[in-house]
Design a protein around this ligand. Structure first.
Ligand code: UTP
Length: 474
């Protein structure tokens, strides 16, 4: 498209203001702006403005009276003694050994709540060795790779903001022992940000404001970047999806994979029972026969609190963003020629931009709208979705906030409690404080074990059992 054509199309779409300073720009700036503008899908933007910026009911309404709790496979008291779970484990382990599983972390978020001035994966989380989130994940993948004697590719989704420092961190750390070829980075897509009148915001005179397209952007990101093609080449058809902020995640879980395969599922999920009625997690539900996740912010409190005849929370299944995605399903939703796309949601954010006089501003309160996709919106489109229950203490403790709930402090305690629980299984009982947190700092490396069963087995193999004291590290 030439400049005039591009100008016309933006003017026709009511977005001609992006050319306001064009005459003042150098040739290099002009071509940078033009190539940015060429990537904007004006029809899609007009639709989003209509549906999410101007519409009365932004984002569509759910008929809550039709909402039912989604069924799930409950966690037995002892997985190792449960025939169904053992069958799943066997099938899952075979699939891992056959090289059918890849790991996938979405790490393109901005982590504004944590207030850490670097990609979140670099954040140091473990109690004794202060390992970064990326190191913890890498070691979990490496230990599974050794255990099953197979290469496990790891997809890392970044954004335009954190891609370079993320890659540099892996390089500086020798990919934490993983083969470099097995770590596949790709950048998620971008969407233009708009003001409350639906007009594209200018970040500078030669740049429009673009923001990452949400974790749901991973589906098209995986396809566009060629990551999916690479997985196909390697014979991988199952993708273990997790978030960068959760060091407890059990990335390579044969039980979960087994249930996913046995169920013929295109997208499976782990649920954790909500800790309390109004816990801020998504809720697994069914609506018109389809599985879906309804965010806590969208589900009226009366539903979040509903109890069944036994006094148990009705909508108990909390979503903790742990899924297995079928590769073909990702291609179906994220490929170029797809009709089934994830919906966008609006998020009101503080977006640095130019004011009406062309001066750069850093807003104090939300001034713009960002469009994001959520990965769980793929669930209603998935064939035979499977949900299994996970144990919170071994699955979920996110680092979201600098302090308080879901913070580095709570996460550190949960890691210590996990290690103490595993040690108790082998007869080592530790002293704890009033909150049931071990008084010592202790840490178990994923290279020793990343789940309780492996911990017990590997501990029993140790010829000399180590002494446990402060800063114990195994
Ligand atoms: P969050 O919803 O916690 O968002 O992301 P965030 O951007 O990391 O943090 P805040 O809200 O600014 O504090 C959940 C997961 O989804 C990823 C994040 O990296 C995290 O793993 N994510 C989020 C992306 O990969 N891309 C996005 O555009 C948004």
């Amino acid at each position: 498209m030439n400049v005039e054509e591009l100008k016309n199309s933006f003017e026709k779409a009511g977005q001609g203001h992006v050319f306001k300073y064009f005459g003042e720009l150098s040739d290099a700036e002009k071509s940078a702006l033009l190539s940015q503008l060429e990537q904007v899908d004006l029809d899609e933007l007009a639709r989003l403005d209509k549906e999410l910026v101007f519409a009365e009911n932004k984002g569509g309404a759910v008929d809550f009276s039709k909402l039912e709790p989604a069924p799930y496979m409950p966690l037995p008291a002892d997985k190792t003694a449960d025939a169904e779970w053992q069958k799943a484990k066997e099938i899952g382990e075979k699939a891992i050994r056959d090289g059918r599983l890849a790991a996938f972390v979405v790490a393109g978020g901005q982590g504004t709540r944590l207030g850490f001035n670097a990609p979140k994966g670099l954040y140091k989380v473990t109690p004794v060795k202060h390992k970064s989130l990326f190191q913890v994940f890498a070691e979990k993948i490496l230990s599974a790779s050794r255990k099953y004697g197979v290469r496990i590719p790891w997809l890392v989704m970044t954004s335009h903001i954190n891609d370079a420092p993320t890659r540099a961190f892996f390089e500086e750390n020798g990919f934490f022992g993983l083969p470099k070829d097995d770590v596949i980075f790709f950048k998620q897509g971008l969407m233009p940000a708009v003001d409350c009148n639906g007009k594209i915001l200018l970040e500078s005179k030669s740049k429009i404001a673009m923001t990452p397209d949400g974790h749901g952007g991973c589906l098209r990101g995986m396809c566009r970047s060629g990551a999916i093609a690479e997985l196909e080449k390697r014979g991988v058809d199952c993708i273990s999806y997790f978030q960068v902020d959760n060091p407890l995640v059990n990335i390579i879980d044969p039980y979960f994979l087994g249930f996913h395969i046995m169920g013929g599922s295109e997208m499976s999920s782990k649920m954790i029972p909500k800790a309390y009625e109004l816990e801020k997690v998504g809720h697994f539900c069914t609506l018109d026969g389809k599985t879906c996740v309804v965010e806590y912010s969208d589900l009226p409190a009366e539903y979040q609190k509903q109890r069944d005849e036994n006094g148990k929370l009705r909508f108990v299944a909390g979503s903790v963003a742990i899924h297995i995605l079928d590769r073909n399903f990702v291609e179906k939703l994220g490929g170029a020629n797809t009709d089934t796309k994830l919906p966008f949601h609006r998020a009101d954010k503080k977006i640095p931009c130019l004011d009406e006089n062309g001066n750069q501003t850093k807003p104090e309160k939300p001034n713009g709208i960002k469009f994001e996709m959520f990965v769980f919106d793929a669930l209603p489109m998935a064939k035979s979705p499977v949900i299994i229950e996970g144990f919170r203490g071994d699955e979920f403790s996110p680092v979201k906030n600098a302090e308080g709930l879901d913070s580095p402090a709570t996460c550190k305690n949960h890691q210590k409690q996990q290690a103490a629980r595993w040690l108790a299984k082998v007869g080592k009982k530790l002293d704890t404080d009033s909150e049931n947190v071990p008084v010592f700092d202790i840490e178990v490396s994923p290279l020793f074990a990343s789940n309780e069963e492996d911990f017990v087995a590997n501990w029993n193999e140790l010829a000399a059992k180590p002494e446990i004291g402060n800063n114990f590290y195994l």
